[in-house]
Design a protein around this ligand. Structure first.
Ligand code: PLP
Length: 406
């Protein structure tokens, strides 16, 4: 007879499979033929013996394969060893961590920083430690799962405002005596940007802190770095696994906040510290991104090219101006089918389904990087247009006609 847990697991997996929502990992390998000159060619990998161009990575500046940064990690490991060996308050906090924290503060204008091994743990630690049952917290409807889980654990009352709506945010701030408003700089699944200056003004008016998850904006968007960020944002979470191409995260804010987290954040106190080699790498990647503004420029050109080609081919994008370009299909199975057909053409695009996005808004999440070659972007769009029309997903003109008919 199966145990209770075996029965539960089998039933849940069956239900997910039936709804087209089962998640499975794919083992990806290195494309040795291409990656000899990896920092100057489109990102690629091999899956089951076939090479794919990767349009599904958050390595927006292409830094993960830059030779100088590979060398920085190597040097970091030679200097400090490959691991930190302890939690930060025991013996896991080194001068490599301090140097990275100082660099991040100099870039953003915040007084102090605290490093975590991932953005997920930075967000959950921040929410759980900062808020408790006495707090009312206002958050954008689309903030990341790590923020929601952290808030749920904190016991705070959570009030959600309509995505990017200043009116909705103001209504909630006026109605409730809120401790903080939480948003993202660039939304991970929609690619649009929050109105940070306006939200900051609202927060000042209502004596609430503005907390911004800057995972997809840091080192890519100009607006909230270069020492300006701290003037608008009280707490900023930056991650190293996206535009910096490596791993880890930091919470940035006042010295009082960081001291409070050091003494109270259980994820920080009871977990092995980010390795010093990774801290040295993140520092080198931060400096590299600042010293190479042409990468940001190349990313912007690639985004513009992709959008222009989609416009010409009537491919219906959501209207984002960032590296994250969503194409809403709606139905989860149809989204998977389109992604699979694109793979048949050697193009790898993420199929994002509920619960990551709301039910009925399954989508392709196409991400551009500075490393994509123009001809690969053109191939991606041409294949996209062909597959969408073959599968029966309406192109822009057909959608407009249908909308007008409604
Ligand atoms: C908006 C946002 N915040 C936080 C995270 C978590 O960051 P990390 O991947 O470093 O855990 C992600 C990653 O998916 C994200 O998209």
């Amino acid at each position: 007879m199966s145990s209770l847990l075996e029965t539960k697991i089998a039933a849940r997996q069956h239900a997910l499979r039936e709804q087209g929502l089962l998640r499975q990992r794919k083992v990806l390998g290195v494309d040795h033929a291409i990656n000899t000159n990896a920092s100057t060619s489109s990102p690629r990998f091999v899956f089951e013996g076939r090479a794919y161009v990767n349009f599904s990575s958050n390595d927006y500046l292409g830094l993960s394969r830059v030779p100088e940064l590979v060398e920085a990690l190597h040097l970091g490991a030679q200097t400090y060893g490959v691991g930190s060996g302890a939690s930060p308050l025991v013996t896991g906090y080194s001068d490599a961590h301090l140097a990275l924290e100082r660099e991040l503060c100099a870039l953003t204008g915040h007084e102090a920083a605290l490093l975590f091994c991932s953005g997920f743990s930075a967000n959950t630690a921040l929410m759980k430690t900062l808020f408790d049952q006495h707090d009312i917290v206002v958050a954008d409807k689309l903030v990341h799962a790590s923020i929601i889980y952290g808030l749920q654990d904190s016991g705070a009352q959570l009030k959600r405002f309509l995505h990017n709506s200043l009116e909705s945010a103001e209504r909630l701030l006026a109605r409730h005596h809120s401790s903080a408003l939480i948003t993202e700089s660039v939304f991970s699944m929609d690619g649009d940007c929050a109105p940070i200056s306006e939200l900051s003004a609202l927060c000042r008016q209502h004596h609430a802190w503005l907390v911004v998850d800057d995972a997809h904006g840091f080192a890519v968007l100009d607006g909230y770095k270069k020492a300006e960020a701290a003037k608008l944002i009280d707490v900023q979470v930056v991650t190293f696994g996206k535009a910096l191409g490596c791993q880890g995260a930091a919470v940035l804010g006042s010295q009082a906040l960081i001291d409070f987290l050091v003494s109270n954040a259980r994820e920080y106190i009871y977990s092995t510290a980010l390795s010093p080699a990774n801290a040295a790498l993140a520092l080198a990647a931060t400096q590299y991104s600042t010293a190479h503004p042409e990468l940001q420029q190349k990313l912007l050109e690639n985004i513009a090219l992709f959008k222009q080609l989609c416009r010409e081919a009537n491919v219906p994008l959501l209207g984002s101006d960032t590296a994250i370009q969503p194409l809403i299909i709606g139905d989860a199975r149809q989204t998977l089918q389109v992604a699979e057909e694109l793979r048949a053409a050697g193009i790898w695009v993420g199929a994002i389904r509920p619960p990551t996005v709301p039910v009925g808004s399954a989508r392709l999440r196409i991400t551009l990087t500075a490393a994509h070659a123009a001809e690969d972007i053109a191939t991606c769009v041409a294949q996209l247009a062909q597959v969408l029309s073959r599968v029966g997903v309406p192109l822009v003109t057909e959608r407009q006609a249908a909308d007008e008919h409604r």
